[in-house]
Design a protein. Structure first.
Length: 235
């Protein structure tokens, strides 16, 4: 029998899935919290083909392999057998703001936003004085007044880098941020409402954040370069 089940549109058994050259890297990525969407076509279609075998496989380790209706895969920890990291309030805030962008037809057509646009939207939703404190709660008030714009951009970039490691966004070569399908996870608390974008915007503005749980990224304990000066006094 072939390793690939032609009739079933997938692999013949779990052994064939594990023997595939894509599996080791993809397995590690999923366990590190990565979300896999159609922008990684080889990985995505591998998971589609292997889904019926991988679902019970990961359940043995305390995780559900989720194939979201919006078109992406991720591992959702179940119980306490696997370590779990909850996204920080700053990650949730930026993620929900990006989900708002993703719901707009103009943004969907472009496929990206700029970091400047993200900050402007945060200011619209929160007010200028709350943006830096929301992105970087430990910032000293004196530094926030003296370097508010630079500090806000600094904190936003650090947060975007963490979201990129999880597959929510892709940082492009310039100021642009490509939006990924997995951003729709941030819209989950507002689903079922009459107007998803309005409800989500209200949640962000009101600080009503239900933090997502992900598998811990292997770099979670390593500070971002942009956070290296957090404890230094400003000029």
């Amino acid at each position: 029998m072939s390793d690939f089940d032609e009739l079933g549109g997938g692999f013949a058994d779990l052994a064939a899935v594990i023997a595939d050259g894509l599996f080791p890297r993809l397995d590690q990525a999923l366990r590190s919290g990565l979300h896999v969407d159609r922008r990684a076509p080889a990985d995505y279609h591998f998971l589609v083909d292997a889904q019926k075998w991988l679902e019970p496989h990961y359940q043995r380790y305390g995780a559900d392999l989720v194939h979201a209706p919006d078109g992406f895969f991720y591992l959702r920890p179940v119980g306490d057998r696997l370590p779990v990291r909850r996204l920080t309030p700053a990650e949730m805030l930026v993620g929900q703001t990006l989900a708002l962008f993703a719901l707009e037809p103009a943004t969907l057509e472009a496929g990206h936003v700029t970091r400047t646009q993200i900050l402007e939207r945060l200011r619209d939703l929160l007010g200028t004085d709350r943006v830096l404190q929301a992105l970087k709660p430990k910032t000293r008030a004196r530094r926030a007044r003296h370097r508010a714009e630079a500090e806000a951009r600094h904190a936003l970039l650090a947060t975007l880098r963490r979201l990129a490691r999880l597959g929510f966004v892709e940082l492009l070569d310039d100021d642009r941020v490509a939006l990924r399908d997995a951003l729709m996870r941030f819209a989950e608390p507002a689903r079922g409402t009459e107007d998803l974008a309005t409800a989500l915007g209200r949640l962000v503005a009101g600080g009503e954040i239900e933090r997502l749980e992900v598998e811990p990224d292997e770099d979670d304990d390593e500070p971002d370069e942009d956070d290296a000066d957090d404890d230094e006094e400003g000029p």
